[in-house]
Design a protein around this ligand. Structure first.
Ligand code: SF4
Length: 774
């Protein structure tokens, strides 16, 4: 046995050994509202109705999915946007009763023949950003929701006391029940409710339950995530995947939802009822074989999940270290994937939905908790994935055990690991500079590398600590920046430049200083800096495949549109390019993985019976992408200023960063800014930093110009009514909103970065001919 591996007999005991008094738990439930519905089968990927629940009024009803919705919004995230458009107001904020919390599926969600087909898409107005945040997540809930009869669940209103929403696909009924005795933290409540709602006392029955919950920290933080369970029949544990970004768990708990539970009567390989099951099987088998044969030579995801990225990122100077100051670190090898491989349980397939041969959802079983309320208990830790390891390096935690501890508590407390880790790394840097100190941090010594204090901070959030720092810090980097600046602590520009957030959302874990395209991939996005829209670092920085602004703009058009498509369909992106066909490098556009794009064309047609081609797939996404941007404009955001990014993501902020990569930066001053080697040699570092500072910001502005043009938006980042019409939208309310926004910008004479137009300068036009000239 490899060191750290858990013996089979231990991990089979699961988290808690089911010590629940189920009778007591159940007898405390009181059904507040009940709704019976007619069960019906899924047709060609669609349940053809969505479920609406209002927790304030108790209203529960079905909404029909129209052909118009399918044609214009495809499914998944697209349906979520349409439902939100019909329900919220431009003044809706995260805690407004009318804010929607939506979980959607997509026509391909629930398929078991093609790897990565069990994703749910979750949407809400985010506490971090005040705009719509979307987050995708694995686990069984999405497929079960659909098999129970609904393409989406939409929740408005707030309950008075904690409730469970139970979607009973066996009986055909929905209930809203009080749940006073259940735990709140996810590893416990998911276990309790899995046992409570299973029809029989068997693992097979428990496998037909999926629970969505968020822990106690989600109640006191803007980083709340939602945990989606999937009962692992081999481990006998409900494991969890997270809808992490944007505070979805915060909204869940604000609505006083303790959990949402879906139960299915049965499911099998044809529950999604595809139009052409033979074709579907054919295209699915092709991919299964590729994964089986090639994964071990390409990414090795089946063995170590996404943790293999740690060593690659470190090698290319992209692994965020000490709040993104550096991209590699001498101690990094301590958290390379072999270190986690020692802990992962190896003998069990790790798919987060049936049929996922990629099986990247790695797990550490029997981990002994080191701190907090569960100290000494043995638990199953889902992960760590790359992003969580990247949080470790960002906080300078180089012991895998602290990363596992951080991972476990983030999940069970309902905290997004990315936002939590990125924010703490920023607080640590501020601590190092003396802008924060022990007194200002409510007694916490937030030094880089201090794992115990990281966990102490999280425990305090979970307990609802009212300390000034803990309260503000739990709301994220943007609020802490404002707080520090208001207090007059530290240089405000340094604070703005170092805090890695954009639109109010914390960055995910990649260093982007040397990739302008990836800076756009983080900034020129809908919800904020998350790498699910575009990951262009290798194309841009390593392979130099997109050297011009036009090339970068094309990539920042194509890849966000392509990646959006997975969210419309209920798919995981990983099987698209984390394994590639053997001949991929010989194709015209290897970055797009054309062989797999063609798979997806055939896959969608086989399920829905549509006759789409690869261009139509992009159009499906473009419609929803532009619709979401238009909704951001409606909500008062979605402008160029909102796409601004902190300078730390563009270049070196401090002297220590510059000098650590001196040769690289000096060379750029010579090659890109036409300084002589002699001038550069004699120049003080601080001056060189300033020159780069203005140059790189200017480059980012030029990139934004090119990207907005390519997307058909104004200089200020607003989709034009003409663009929306081209995409087939003629909703007069939407067109009027956009026209008014453009008129307002023009009246204000707003130009790049909110500046005024110079005399004679072309004002962004709504005339389509103007845009064609670009
Ligand atoms: S590739 Fe990994 S994350 Fe994606 S569906 Fe499969 S197991 Fe889940």
């Amino acid at each position: 046995m490899v060191e750290g591996q858990i013996p089979v007999e231990e991990y089979k005991t699961g988290n808690t050994k089911h010590k629940w008094d189920l009778k007591k738990l159940k007898s405390a439930h009181k059904v507040l509202y009940k709704y019976k519905y007619k069960k019906s089968a899924v047709e060609k990927g669609f349940a053809n109705r969505t479920l609406y629940v209002n927790l304030s009024s108790g209203e529960i009803k079905e909404k029909k999915v129209t052909e118009y919705m399918k044609k214009k919004f495809t499914g998944g995230r697209g349906f979520g946007l349409k439902l939100m458009w019909d329900s919220i107001k431009p003044t809706t904020r995260w805690d407004s009763p009318e804010n929607d919390l939506i979980i959607t599926t997509g026509p391909l969600c629930g398929v078991t023949q093609y790897a990565g087909s069990g994703k749910s898409l979750c949407l809400t107005v985010s506490p971090s950003t005040d705009i719509i945040c979307d987050s995708n997540v694995g686990g069984f809930f999405g497929p079960y929701l659909k098999f129970a009869g609904f393409d989406a669940i939409e929740i408005q209103g707030k309950a008075k006391n904690d409730v469970v929403i139970f979607i009973d696909g066996e009986e055909g009924k929905i209930t809203i029940e009080t749940a006073p005795l259940e735990e709140t933290n996810s590893h416990l409540i998911n276990d309790q409710l899995t046992y409570l709602y299973a029809s029989e006392d068997t693992d097979k029955s428990r496998q037909k339950i999926s629970v969505v919950s968020a822990g106690t920290a989600a109640e006191h933080s803007y980083w709340g995530c939602m945990n989606f369970s999937f009962f692992d029949i081999r481990r006998r544990v409900p494991r969890m995947k997270q809808a992490g970004r944007g505070g979805l768990g915060t909204v869940l708990r604000d609505k006083k939802i303790k959990a949402i539970v879906a139960k299915v009567e049965k499911f099998d390989g044809v529950s999604n009822n595809p139009a052409d099951p033979v074709k579907l099987a054919e295209v699915g088998i092709k991919l299964h074989r590729e994964i089986r044969d090639l994964d071990k030579y390409q990414c090795n995801m089946r063995a170590v999940g996404t943790a293999h990225l740690v060593e690659i990122m470190d090698q290319y100077d992209l692994l965020p270290t000490e709040n993104y100051r550096f991209g590699s670190f001498p101690k990094a090898s301590k958290i390379f994937s072999p270190e986690f491989y020692k802990y992962f349980t190896k003998v069990i397939p790790d798919g987060c939905w049936h049929g996922c041969t990629m099986a990247c959802a790695k797990t550490v079983d029997g981990f002994t908790v080191m701190t907090g309320p569960y100290k000494g208990e043995k638990v199953t830790v889902d992960g760590p994935e790359y992003e969580t390891c990247g949080c470790g390096s960002n906080m300078s935690l180089w012991d895998p055990k602290w990363i596992l501890e951080f991972n476990f508590y983030c999940d069970t407390y309902g905290l997004d690991t990315i936002s939590t880790g990125t924010a703490i790394a920023f607080y640590m840097e501020m601590y190092e500079y003396g802008i924060l100190n022990k007194e200002r941090c409510d007694g916490l010594e937030l030094c880089f590398g201090n794992g115990e204090v990281v966990l102490e901070f999280m425990h305090r959030i979970a307990k609802g600590d009212k300390g000034e720092f803990v309260s503000v810090a739990a709301k994220g980097i943007r609020r802490v920046k404002d707080w520090l600046i208001d207090k007059g602590w530290g240089d405000s520009q340094l604070i703005e430049d170092c805090g890695m957030e954009s639109k109010g959302l914390e960055y995910s874990e990649y260093v982007t200083k040397e990739s302008l395209a990836m800076q756009g991939g983080y900034g020129l996005t809908l919800k904020g800096p998350q790498h699910d829209e575009a990951w262009l670092i290798f194309m841009d920085m390593v392979n130099n495949q997109i050297p011009t602004f036009k090339d970068k703009a094309e990539a920042l058009h194509y890849f966000p549109m392509w990646r959006t498509w997975f969210g419309l369909n209920g798919l995981c992106k990983l099987p698209w390019n984390d394994v590639e066909p053997a001949n991929n490098a010989e194709t015209d556009e290897p970055a797009k993985v054309p062989g797999h794009v063609q798979n997806y064309v055939e896959y969608q047609n086989a399920v829905t019976g549509w006759k789409v081609d690869k261009e139509e797939l992009i159009l499906q996404s473009e419609r929803c992408y532009n619709w979401q941007r238009a909704m951001n404009v409606w909500l008062g955001r979605g402008r160029r200023k909102d796409d601004w990014i902190p300078y730390r993501s563009m270049g070196p902020v401090t002297e220590v960063e510059y000098t650590s990569r001196k040769d690289r930066y000096d060379k750029q001053l010579v090659e890109k800014l036409n300084l002589t080697e002699d001038e550069v040699e004699k120049m003080p570092v601080i001056k060189k930093i300033k020159i780069l500072y203005y140059y790189r910001q200017d480059q980012y502005q030029k990139l934004a110009d090119a990207v907005y043009f390519r997307r058909g938006w104004t200089h200020n980042g607003v989709p034009t009514p003409q663009k929306m019409k081209q995409l087939g939208f003629d909703d007069p309310k939407l067109l009027e909103i956009l026209q008014k926004a453009i008129d307002k910008d023009q009246k204000a004479g707003l130009n790049v970065w909110g500046g005024k137009y110079k005399k004679g300068e072309k004002v962004p036009s709504t005339d389509p001919e103007y845009w064609q000239k670009w």
